[in-house]
Design a protein around this ligand. Structure first.
Ligand SMILES: [Zn+2]
Ligand SMILES: [Zn+2]
Length: 308
C-alpha cells in the first residue's frame, strides 16, 4: 500500500482517480472460477469480487458472467434512443445508429424493458431504406437513371404511376419482411426457450434496433447510383462499386450477427454454446432464403420495359 504514487493525492489534480471498477484485476494465484471450480481463474470481477475463468470473463464490459446473469442492465448505459439524458431527437438517432459499431459493449443495454422504442426506431431507420430500395429498381413506369434523373417509361397515367410505386414498395417490404422473419422468428423463439423470462424481450429489441444494417447497403447503393453515376457508367466504375458493394454486403450482416450473439450472451446470459446455436440457426436460414427472395421479386414483377 505504501508504494501508491503520491502525485495522485495532489490537490492540483482535476481528474478524480479512476474508480476501481475500471481496472482489470488478475485473480490471485491458485484461485478457481466461481462458475467452474475445476478451471483456473484469471480475472477478479470489479463488481462482485468473484473470480472468473476466460470463458466467464467479459472484457468489453469488465464483468463476470455471474454479474451479467444477475443484472445485465448494470453493465451498459441505455441505448441512446431510450436514454433519459436531455438529448435532441437527431442526436439520439445518430448515437443509436453508432452503437451498432460497438455490438458487444452495447449488448447488455438491450436487457432493459420495452420493445416499443425499438419498433419506432426500426420504422425510422430500416423502413426508409427499404422504401427507396423498392421504388428505385422495381417501378416499371419510372426510370431512375444517373444524376438524379427520373424518366417516364411510356405514357402512364398518374394513377398508374401511384399504383406502380405502391407495388414496388410492397414487393420490397414483402421480400425484406420474409428475410426479417428468418432472423426474428428463430432467434426470438430460441431465446424464449433458453433465457429467463425477464430477459426474453432483448432478442426482439436487438433485431429491431439493428435491422437497418441488413438493408443499408441496398438502400445506399440504389440512391447512390441514382444520384452519382453518369447515365452510362464505364466498366471500371461499375467494377469498383460492385467490389465495394460485395464487401459491405458481407460486413453489415456480420455486424448484425455479432450484435445478436452479444445480446444472447450479455443481455440474456446464455452459455457460449447456446449463444452459437441461437445465432447460427437464424443466420443459416437467412443465408438460404436471401437468394430465394430475390428470385421471388423477379417472378412477381413484370419485366423491365425497353426504352425506345
Ligand atoms: Zn462479478
Ligand atoms: Zn468459468
Amino acid at each position: 500500500m505504501s508504494d501508491a504514487p503520491e502525485r495522485e493525492s495532489s490537490p492540483q489534480a482535476q481528474e478524480p482517480p479512476s474508480p476501481p471498477e475500471d481496472l482489470e484485476q488478475p485473480a490471485p494465484q491458485g484461485a478457481v472460477c466461481g462458475e467452474h471450480p475445476e478451471r483456473q481463474a484469471y480475472f477478479t470481477c470489479p463488481r462482485c469480487g468473484g473470480y472468473a475463468c476466460v470463458f466467464c470473463w467479459h472484457p468489453s464490459v469488465r464483468r463476470c458472467h455471474a454479474c451479467i446473469r444477475r443484472d445485465p442492465t448494470e453493465a451498459a448505459p441505455p441505448i441512446p434512443w431510450e436514454s433519459e439524458e436531455a438529448l435532441g431527437g437527431f442526436e439520439r438517432y445518430w448515437r443509436t445508429l453508432a452503437t451498432a459499431l460497438r455490438p458487444i459493449k452495447s449488448a447488455p443495454a438491450f436487457a432493459r424493458r420495452g420493445v416499443g422504442p425499438a419498433l419506432r426506431f426500426m420504422l425510422l431507420s430500416a423502413l426508409p431504406l427499404v422504401v427507396v430500395s423498392g421504388i428505385i429498381p422495381h417501378t416499371r413506369t419510372l426510370l431512375f437513371s444517373g444524376q438524379m434523373q427520373v424518366q417516364l417509361i411510356g405514357q402512364p397515367s398518374v394513377l398508374e404511376i401511384v399504383l406502380d410505386v405502391l407495388r414496388a414498395i410492397a414487393v420490397e417490404v414483402g421480400s425484406h419482411g420474409v428475410e426479417l422473419a428468418c432472423l426474428y422468428l428463430p432467434f426470438t423463439s430460441l431465446i424464449r426457450a433458453y433465457a429467463p423470462p425477464e430477459k426474453r424481450h432483448a432478442a426482439a429489441k436487438v433485431v429491431l434496433y439493428r435491422l437497418w444494417l441488413m438493408v443499408l447497403i441496398s438502400g445506399v447503393a440504389h440512391v447512390g447510383s441514382w444520384a452519382l453515376l453518369p447515365p452510362e457508367p464505364g466498366p471500371l466504375v461499375t467494377g469498383v462499386l460492385q467490389d465495394a458493394f460485395l464487401i459491405l454486403s458481407a460486413l453489415m450482416p456480420a455486424l448484425m450477427f455479432i450484435s445478436m450473439g452479444g445480446v444472447a450472451r450479455l443481455a440474456c446470459g446464455l452459455s457460449l454454446g447456446m449463444t452459437l446455436l441461437v445465432v447460427l440457426v437464424p443466420m443459416v436460414l437467412w443465408t438460404v432464403v436471401l437468394p430465394l427472395t430475390g428470385v421471388a421479386v423477379e417472378v412477381i414483377l413484370p419485366p423491365v420495359p425497353q426504352l425506345e
